[in-house]
Ligand binder design. Structure first.
Ligand code: TYD
Ligand code: MG
Length: 454
């Protein structure tokens, strides 16, 4: 029998029910149901004063469009991912693994915005004012007129923000805030949801842009649950592979801009440095390219980015061969391997296959299929691709190579970086590059096996 009033909330997806169970009935996660008392029904915000109702004021589609006022930080990579600056009165969630550099990035962003005249505050629930200040000074931001506070009480934060008219406020992090209206522990779904809802409401009402920092849990979701992603206007993730200095800010959801934008940064001694030309960073242009390497001419958001796909096909020491992939989708790798095996006569089934995207970038474009396939074929056949060749194209299950979007931008970027030829779909305009077009993957693999095509 359920105890009266007890509610069990899944810490992963936020689903709630009246009795405990080992597995969440909504998302299937085990051991995630935690009792949180004093809970309102899911989704319900704290009751507000009843207001007088009025009818809806319907408007036509063809009305005038007011430009959205935005706060520019001047950090180009950050502003672009936000959709051209942070929209006033919007709420943005910035998620990422602990230690990836979220606090560093946002301190730099508010300091830059404050230096340009915006009234900015940075509220930390994780570090003391002294710690935040010492970090800012180490990054050379000591002179920026940013208002600092260390606070974890939601009530105090809301009161403080209502009293001072800020343009932009960073809350670092949403998991540290707690509301005394709820019994649940800080960081629990109930608290995170309540604090986010209140802060989003404040953003809309007072016209202040609020940036919430959220730690990603081990399952990869922000704040454990997806419960606040729908509350905010934009969700950005800050990612980077351990051991690499590169960090990528990526738009996942954005009501005020495109979602496929990325901003690239490099972590140094004095904080994050913008990387305006990521291709040069992700690509090792010195020295010979060895067998198993293929340079992919990709597009990330609005920008072309060249990255190297590295593959190793090796004899397997075990009965079940290993498949390991970093920076690309493992399902996609399985598909490309199957097509190479079935349509191109490459026997890979009994061999270990490793695929790595150099530099720690994650590639999700289908246009990378051919680059992955070329790297794999190059390693399997032990023949290097020409040094000055870029690769792009989507591969279908029948083994055909399909044209991809934005060929012109890909080709232009490759030519700019000194590439002279492209391996890609047939019948495309390769501009300044000499095109080695192939209709089928089998043709491309045969050409790689012949040892270049210059
Ligand atoms: P931080 O911004 O605290 O990460 P998060 O808020 O996402 O948890 O950054 C932590 C890491 O960044 C830490 O390991 C040290 C490194 N770092 C630098 O390398 N250079 C710097 O100038 C700063 C401020 C941090
Ligand atoms: Mg931090």
């Amino acid at each position: 029998m359920a105890r009266d009033g007890a509610t069990y909330v899944c810490q992963s997806c936020g689903a709630s029910q009246g009795r405990w169970s080992g597995q969440c009935p909504a998302c299937g996660t085990w051991n995630a149901m935690v009792e949180e008392s004093g809970l309102r029904p899911p989704g319900a915000l704290p009751a507000s004063r009843p207001s007088r109702t009025r009818g809806l004021d319907f408007q036509g589609l063809s009305g005038e469009i007011r430009a959205l006022p935005r706060i520019q930080t001047g950090i180009e990579e950050f502003d672009r991912v936000c959709g051209g600056g942070v929209a006033r009165g919007s709420a943005i969630l910035v998620g990422g693994d602990p230690g990836v550099g979220k606090s560093t990035l946002l301190m730099q962003a508010v300091a830059a915005a404050a230096t340009r005249g915006a009234n900015c505050a940075y509220i930390s629930g994780e570090e003391s004012v002294d710690q935040v200040r010492s970090r800012a000074q180490r990054m050379g931001l000591g002179a920026a007129p940013v208002q600092l506070a260390a606070e974890t009480s939601l009530r105090n934060v809301l009161d403080g923000l209502k009293r001072s008219k800020f343009d932009l406020v960073v809350i670092d992090s949403i998991q540290t805030l707690w509301s005394d209206a709820h019994d649940a522990a800080p960081g629990s779904v109930t608290q995170v949801r309540a604090a986010s809802a209140e802060l989003v409401r404040l953003a809309k009402k007072e016209g202040v842009a609020v940036i919430l920092v959220g730690h990603v849990t081990k399952e990869g979701a922000i704040a454990g649950p997806r419960v606040i992603e729908h509350l905010v206007d934009a969700v950005l993730t800050f990612e980077g592979e351990r051991g690499y200095p590169f960090r990528v800010l990526r738009g996942v959801k954005n009501r005020f801009g495109a979602t496929d934008e990325i901003g690239v940064f490099e972590m140094g001694d004095a904080g994050l440095r913008e990387v305006a030309n990521p291709s040069a960073l992700f690509l090792d242009t010195s020295g010979e390219r060895s067998a198993g390497a293929a340079v992919f001419a990709g597009i990330e958001g609005s920008r072309p980015v060249l990255v190297e796909f590295q593959a190793l096909v090796a004899p397997s020491a075990y009965g079940t061969p290993r498949r390991a992939v970093v920076g690309w989708d493992s399902g996609r790798l399985a598909m490309v391997l199957a097509v190479l095996e079935a349509r191109c006569g490459l026997s890979l089934g009994a061999r270990d296959v490793y695929l790595n995207v150099a530099g720690g970038l994650r590639i999700s474009e289908p246009a990378a299929d051919l680059a992955a396939a070329a790297a794999l074929a190059s390693s399997a056949l032990d023949v290097a691709l020409p040094q000055d060749c870029v690769v792009f194209g989507e591969i279908s299950l029948s083994g055909e190579i399909r044209a991809v979007s934005r060929t012109e931008a890909r080709v232009r970027e490759a030519a700019k970086l000194g590439f002279r030829q492209a391996l890609g779909p047939r019948d495309i305009d390769a501009g300044a590059l000499r095109l080695s077009g192939a209709a089928r993957l089998a043709d491309a693999v045969a050409r790689i096996g012949e040892g270049g095509w210059t």
